[in-house]
Design a protein around this ligand. Structure first.
Ligand SMILES: O=C(O)CCC(=O)C(=O)O
Ligand SMILES: [Fe+2]
Length: 232
């Protein structure tokens, strides 16, 4: 199938050209919680949109194949004075002037790979989701994880949304409200799109907890809109 992808792609067939009728649309907004008020029982609801099966099997394969070539690293970050390697691998791609200071690490943007760029364009076409950088995380198995955080760095453009694409193993994604006990757990499958709408990061933390039963790798792409030349 991957060979077929390449052949058709080389012939000018664009794998990422339009929203696939079979994907997403029917299921789109199956969990649309964009009204970031309170639900009937008075609990806060996060401003997110979940689009199940946004990417079809061919698109997922093309991206996963490309992801094998990414220059991933496992940088060390300082937590309470001690250095620890992050429990996953990552790489940041972006436009010129879109470097990122993330968990105290200064990450210079690498140029966009072909399919990551096509996915960025598709998100802009399908949902008007503008982005000028993407953080790719690779979780080798269920031991790899991401702790609770908000994507609220000062270089993230005000009013912008963060689009998160999942590939590979299914993993739980947990949202926790900052000022109440409210928690939501969403199972993210390969091909799903999760949109974290502005201003979700003000009020909610999110995490990808360990799941020791998971033995397969997962990739996640979070497309972000940064203020250009924020770091000079
Ligand atoms: O892997 C995920 O689904 C979450 C990634 C994330 O929160 C981030 O990159 O900031
Ligand atoms: Fe995040």
């Amino acid at each position: 199938m991957a060979k077929d992808n390449e052949r058709r792609d080389n012939q000018g067939y664009d794998l990422f050209s339009e929203l696939d009728d079979e994907a997403g649309l029917d299921l789109q907004l199956s969990l649309n919680l964009t009204d970031h008020g309170l639900n009937k029982t008075g609990q806060p609801i996060p401003p997110i949109t979940l689009v199940r099966g946004y990417l079809n099997a061919e698109q997922q394969l093309a991206l996963m194949k490309e992801a094998q070539t990414y220059p991933l690293s496992r940088p060390e970050i300082q937590v309470f004075g001690q250095f620890h390697a992050i429990p996953r691998q990552q790489v940041w791609f972006g436009d010129l002037g879109c470097d990122y200071l993330y968990s105290g690490l200064f990450i210079r943007a690498l140029p966009w790979p072909k399919y990551a760029q096509k996915l960025r364009d598709k998100l802009a076409r399908d949902y008007g989701l503008a982005s000028n950088g993407v953080l790719v995380n690779r979780y080798a198995d269920g031991k790899d994880c991401m702790g609770a955080h908000s994507d609220d760095e000062p270089e993230i453009a005000r009013g912008s949304h963060i689009a998160s694409i999942s590939l590979g193993a299914t993993r739980d994604f947990v949202l926790k409200h900052k000022h109440s006990q409210t928690k939501h757990c969403i199972s993210l499958h390969s091909g799903d799109l999760l949109i974290m709408h502005w201003p979700m990061q003000n009020d909610w933390l999110h995490s990808l907890p360990k799941r020791l039963k998971v033995k397969e790798p997962r990739w996640n792409y979070t497309f972000r809109q940064l203020i250009v030349n924020f770091h000079g």
